[in-house]
Design a protein around this ligand. Structure first.
Ligand code: PLP
Length: 354
C-alpha cells in the first residue's frame, strides 16, 4: 500500500541508533529518578529547557504523553465556559474528542492564509465568547496552510483582549523553506494563549513526548487532572529527549529530517503538476507533513477505488465538524518514499481520468 493517509514520519527520519544510545545514557545518568514516579509536570531538566526556549517559568510547562493527551485535558477543563471554536477544516482527532464530550462546537473557515480572522471578528462582534479557540497556525493539519503575519497579529490582539487561544504547533520547526513567523503565543506575550508542541515530528512520535505552556493558574488545574490520570507522565521518554538535546543531536537531526521531508514534498508537488495540472488545485506548504487538494469528484468514492489500487489518503470530509470537504482530500507526503509518491499520484490521476 502507498499511504498518503499516515501522518507519520518516513522510517529514515527516526534516528534509531542515536535514540537507543540516549535512552541508555538517560538511565545511566539519572536512573533512580526516571525509573520512579516523579512530578506530574514531567522530567525537570526538559521542563526547564522548554521553559527557557519560551521564556517562561518552568511551572508553566506541562509535559504530556504526546500533545494530543493534553488537548483532551484542556477540553475537559475549559468547555464548561463556552463553545469550542475550531477551524474548518481541522485536525480530526480533537474533533472526535469534542464529539465524545458532546461539546458545543462552532467552526471558522480556513483559506490560503489560514484561519479567516474576519469571520472570527464578526463572531466576536455579536457579543459571543467561546470557551476556547483551537488553531493550528503553522503547516496546518490537514491543509498545510500557514496563518499570515497580519492575521497572527489580529488573533494575538484578540487573546490580549480576553479570548483564550490554544495554539497547536507540532510542525513549526519542520520548515523546509521561507521565513519562520512568530507564534501567536509570542505576539500576545503569552497572554491568554496556551502553546502546545511535541517532539513527535522533531525526534520521534513513539517516544510520546508532548508539551504545553500554560498560564500558571491553568497549569495547576491541568496538573490535577493529569495526576489522577497517570500519576507521572513517561519520564524515561522525556529523559531520552533531554539526553538527545544535551548531546547536541536536536538541531542536526532536525536539519536531516527537513531534508528528507522536503524531497518528499517536492516529489508530491512535481507529480501533482505533471499529472493533475489544470484538473485540480492544491496547497503548497513550506513545511509540515500534509497538503490539501481540491478535486472535481467526491473523494469518498475516489478513496474506495484508490484503496482497491493500493493507494490511500484521508478524505476531506473527515476534517470538518459540520459538513464540507466532500471534494477535497488530505495527502500526507511525510511517510511514502519519493518514488512511491510519484507512483501513487499517477494512480490517483489514472482513476480521475477513468
Ligand atoms: C495538529 C496536531 N496536533 C497534535 C498532534 C498530536 O501529536 P502527538 O504525537 O504529540 O500527540 C498531531 C499529530 O499528528 C497533529 O497533527
Amino acid at each position: 500500500v502507498i499511504s498518503f493517509a499516515r501522518g507519520a514520519p518516513a522510517p529514515e527520519c527516526l534516528a534509531v541508533e542515536l535514540i537507543a544510545a540516549c535512552a541508555r545514557d538517560a538511565v545511566e545518568r539519572d536512573g533512580t529518578t526516571v525509573l520512579s514516579y516523579g512530578p506530574v509536570g514531567g522530567y525537570a531538566p526538559l521542563r526547564e529547557w522548554i521553559a527557557d526556549r519560551h521564556a517562561v517559568d518552568p511551572k508553566r510547562v506541562l509535559l504530556t504523553n504526546g500533545s494530543l493527551q493534553g488537548v483532551q485535558f484542556l477540553l475537559e477543563l475549559l468547555l464548561s465556559h463556552g463553545p469550542a471554536l475550531v477551524e474548518a477544516p481541522t485536525y480530526d482527532r480533537p474533533l472526535k474528542q469534542l464529539a465524545w464530550h458532546a461539546s458545543d462546537v462552532e467552526t471558522m473557515p480556513v483559506d490560503e492564509e489560514g484561519l479567516d480572522v474576519d469571520a472570527l471578528d464578526s463572531y466576536l462582534e455579536h457579543g459571543r465568547m467561546p470557551g476556547l479557540v483551537y488553531t493550528i497556525p503553522t503547516f496546518q493539519n490537514p491543509s498545510g496552510r500557514t496563518l499570515s503575519l497580519e492575521r497572527r497579529r489580529r488573533l494575538a490582539q484578540h487573546a490580549v483582549d480576553g479570548l483564550l487561544v490554544l495554539e497547536d504547533d507540532p510542525y513549526g520547526l519542520v520548515r523546509y523553506e521561507g521565513e519562520a513567523l512568530p507564534s501567536i503565543f509570542e505576539l500576545a506575550n503569552g497572554t491568554n494563549v496556551i502553546y502546545s508542541s511535541s517532539f513527535s515530528k522533531t525526534i520521534s512520535p513513539g517516544l510520546r513526548v508532548g508539551y504545553f505552556v500554560l498560564p500558571e493558574e491553568l497549569a495547576t488545574r491541568v496538573e490535577e487532572i493529569a495526576v489522577s490520570t497517570y500519576i507521572t507522565p513517561a519520564l524515561l521518554s522525556q529523559a531520552t529527549v533531554m539526553e538527545f538535546i544535551r548531546q547536541g543531536h536536536f538541531e542536526p537531526n532536525l536539519e536531516r529530517i527537513r531534508g528528507l521531508l522536503k524531497v518528499r514534498r517536492d516529489a508530491m508537488l512535481a507529480a501533482l503538476e505533471r499529472e493533475l495540472g489544470g484538473r485540480a488545485t492544491w496547497s503548497r506548504p513550506e513545511g509540515g507533513y500534509f497538503l490539501w487538494i481540491d478535486l472535481p469528484v467526491d473523494t469518498g468514492a475516489l478513496l474506495a477505488r484508490a484503496e482497491a489500487m493500493g493507494v490511500t489518503f484521508v478524505r476531506g470530509s473527515d476534517f470538518f465538524y459540520d459538513g464540507g470537504g466532500e471534494r477535497s482530500a488530505r495527502l500526507a507526503f511525510s511517510f511514502a518514499s519519493p518514488s512511491e509518491i510519484d507512483e501513487g499520484i499517477s494512480v490517483l490521476s489514472a482513476l480521475l481520468r477513468a
